[in-house]
Write a protein that binds this ligand. Sequence first.
Ligand SMILES: [Zn+2]
Length: 192
Amino acid sequence: MLIQDKILDIYKKHDALLEGHFLLSSGLHSDRFLQSALIMQYPHIAEKVVSELADQMYDVPFTTVVSPAVGGIRFGYEFGRLLKKRAIFTERVNEVMTFKRGFALEPGEKVVIAEDVVTTGKSTKECMDAVIAAGGDVVAITCLVDRSNGVAQFDVPFYPLLQIDVSVYEPGDCPLCKKGLEVVKPGSRNIK
Ligand SMILES: [Zn+2]
């Protein structure tokens, strides 16, 4: 079985990838729902999933993994653990991605950014800016899921574990609503 299919199976088994008609927290509707935290809640399964990426990126020279909080923290931790690297994270302070908690980088420290889901690439780029502002050097970006449909582009190598297309619709212009499909809120009990 292909690695992508194996990982997709794990996502589906844990309801981390749902297909149907969903109401997102943004108010928009979508045909798929992704929640990597549902994988990351089981450390032994997180290890299995992240080890695929750790294998792919074994030769990338870096010393530190940096993740944007909150979604990327567990992924970054597991990725750093498997490759025996330091794992730190950025947080928003007044909307700006910042290192807190005494986290710091050496000048020119080689960094891989680890994000759970890349939707537009915006928070990834903000995390890159924080690394550069702190004196670090971003050598690659990785994520569990790239759902940007090719929109997210970076000027360093990009290693997504999965690439999944997700269609998002305004509620007034949603083909799934027009088909009469009931819209469900992910996480609610009527989802199965
Ligand atoms: Zn709809």
